[in-house]
Design a protein around this ligand. Structure first.
Ligand code: GDP
Ligand code: IMO
Ligand code: MG
Length: 418
């Protein structure tokens, strides 16, 4: 039994797409289990750049891919992505998966625009409102989308409430009506009906049959709805525990948890960021690392690697190993810093706190390393610059999980194993 999970250890965009593709070669199934098309996962093969928002990155290796019940699925986006990669798509969708309806995008927009100071900076993809409807038990599921009568019934129930909220609370104009939504979405349902699969059953059976399954997390640990920097979080559970509820699978089917750690930190959207750099080094990291959002194109905020965050991530996820990404982006800097603790008020702390309170004024304490050079041509771990190895050794020891993979460029081949 080989159930492997790929987890974003930070605020998302750690390089989950690249690592999923790398390990995807030796796997049978690749499964998304939470989040939706707020994600943007990149796979680079030679001069081809593939971006996945909803489809698992396993497409790039031509594997069977599955979307589990914990995902929120926008069928308009799915149609586009399936058309883009059509000859390579062998997809199964769980009937319990909730559907992002067009009113969810508007609700997301309306709520964000009315929030003022507490704006989250969401991707406006309707993620929060779709999960809210699921929790309120008024959501539309994939099993409803593929059955026109059920869909009509559901839309009839929900539409008047959504219309009232959007028009009266958010003062928005609706570019659709009840009939146009039914017309469009029942067609999408028909298109995707052949893909219906009980993903919980398919995955558990595959694992029992000694197949290898790779679970591709989206977002990152500190965007977790409970354990992230609430309210500046997403509405799902990107931590490793999310895989069990997102697929419908017992915890003991997972035997490998890979934490993806970017060699520095980035964040898109608002919320605390104790090691954020607003200086020329920050600008250098944005430019060298091409730190612009894969989904929204927004410039990512950047900062040094944060070990209190990483140790907390280790506690929340139980990484059995670490994959370090974007080490090459630090190449050429005179000094590389890593945060070892913060001063919050008169307290020194070395774990990420449970509350944002005081975090905006946290002062990070750093350990400094001599700079190093990464060419991207290194083939083995032993080829890496000695100073880079010192940096990695320190990170490994502090986090408490072995580094097994180091990514030294966006390309599939720009990867060394330890
Ligand atoms: P994900 O959301 O975790 O899958 O990450 P994204 O794809 O949103 O962002 C990671 C970005 O960094 C993408 O543009 C990748 O192609 C790129 N990338 C991944 N690994 C490396 C690396 O080791 N070095 C460099 N320079 N870029 C990388
Ligand atoms: P991947 O899978 C980085 C952020 C948004 C915002 C917050 C809430 O590519 O790592 P949402 O639209 O989910 O309600 O937005 O979460 N966010 C991400 N940041 N990478 C992602 O996905 C993200 N998905 C959501 O920027 O701050
Ligand atoms: Mg991304």
């Amino acid at each position: 039994m080989t159930g492997t999970v790929v987890i974003g250890s930070q605020f998302g965009d750690e390089g989950k797409g690249k690592v999923t593709d790398f390990y995807g070669k030796n796997t049978d199934l690749v499964v998304r289990y939470q989040g939706g098309n707020n994600a943007g996962h990149t796979v680079v093969i030679g001069d081809q750049v593939l971006k996945f928002h909803l489809l698992p990155s396993g497409v790039a290796q031509g594997k069977r891919i599955l979307i589990g019940a914990g995902v929120v699925l926008d069928p308009r986006v799915l149609k586009k992505e399936v058309e883009e990669f059509k000859e390579k798509v062998d997809l199964g969708i769980d009937p319990r998966t909730h559907i992002i309806m067009p009113w969810h995008n508007l609700e997301d927009e309306g709520r964000e625009d009315s929030r003022g100071k507490t704006k989250i900076g969401t991707t406006k993809r309707g993620i929060g409102p779709a999960y809210a409807d699921k929790a309120q038990r008024v959501g539309i599921r994939f099993e409803d989308l593929v059955d026109k009568n059920r869909l009509a019934e559901k839309i009839r129930d929900i539409f008047p409430v959504k219309k009232a909220i959007l028009e009266k609370v958010y003062d928005l104009k609706l570019p659709f009506n009840e009939n146009s939504v039914l017309e469009e979405y029942s067609k999408l349902g028909e298109l995707f009906r052949p893909m219906l699969s009980d993903v919980s059953l398919e995955v558990c059976t595959a694992l029992d049959d000694e197949k290898r399954v790779l679970f591709e997390g989206a977002q990152g640990t500190f965007l977790d709805n409970d354990f992230g920097t609430y309210p500046f979080v997403t509405s799902s559970h990107p931590i490793s525990g999310g895989v069990s509820t997102g697929v419908g699978m017992p915890l003991n089917k997972i035997n490998r948890i890979i934490g993806i750690v970017k060699a520095y930190t980035t964040r898109v959207g608002f919320g605390p960021f104790p090691t954020e750099l607003n200086d020329e080094i920050g600008t250098h990291l944005v430019e060298t690392g091409k730190e612009f959002g894969t989904t929204t194109g927004r410039k990512r905020r950047v900062g040094w690697l944060d070990l209190p965050m990483m140790k907390t991530s280790m506690r929340l996820n139980g990484f059995s190993e670490i994959a370090i990404t974007k080490l090459d982006v630090l190449s050429g800097l005179e000094k590389v810093k890593v945060c070892t603790s913060y001063n919050v008020g008169d307290k020194k702390i070395d774990l990420f706190p449970y509350s944002n309170k005081g975090l905006e004024n946290a002062v990070a304490n750093y350990k400094e390393f001599d700079g190093f050079t990464i060419t991207g041509k290194e083939k083995n771990y032993s080829d890496l610059d000695e100073n880079a190895k010192k940096y990695l050794d320190f990170i490994e020891k502090e986090i408490g999980a072995p580094i097994k993979l180091v990514s030294i460029g966006p390309g599939r081949e720009e990867t060394v194993l330890k």
